[in-house]
Write a protein that binds this ligand. Sequence first.
Ligand code: GLU
Length: 228
Amino acid sequence: MCGIFGYIGPKNAPEVILEGLKRLEYRGYDSWGIAVLSEQIKVNKNVGAIGDLNRSNLPSSKIGIGHTRWATHGGITETNAHPHLSSDNSFALAQNGIVENYQSLKDDLLKKGYKFKSQTDTEVIVRLIEEKLSKARAGALKSKKALPASRQDLKEAVRSAFLDLEGRNTIILLTKDNQLIALRNGSPLVVGVNEEEIFFSSDTLSFAPFVKKIVVVDNGQMAYFEGG
Ligand code: GLU
């Protein structure tokens, strides 16, 4: 089943996310990873049981995502663990679920010259978003329109890529310009809200004691927040 966790707020994100992932351990996993934003997105991936933060060696941060993986596509390795980074390091993405049509999407992306570092179905989503972004930018240049604001551009690329996926997929992204974007289809996704902080998770149990309000994201919905 595995899990997704995300945090924006005043506390140290790597620590909050690590604790959140520990509370999702009961869902089962074989590897795990965390991505946080300091000056750049930093990713730490691990095989096996969730360890302590010293081992994960992440900078302090106010925004980030985490994932516990149950490998379905590709072996249990650090490379295959999530989150997966975009080629230009502008976003990191984790998925709960399976991209049933990943092979045809991957074949198409390979033909277009996209490169893959892992064997996962999840990295296909990352490259698909990159392709959507590059098409949007090329279209804007051709029509001599002003380039769309990058945040809006990325959200639209994520939405469009998500709609191309078959299967049960819930995804979460951290972007280098301080956004968390999550979309649900199948695997659960809940958002916890406090005055100054937002939690994303596969399960309310992982943050319920700390939040005032809980929002269940429905299938087909996107949740989106910007860090301060
Ligand atoms: N299909 C994903 C992979 O093999 C696993 C996603 C999950 O842990 O739910 O990378």
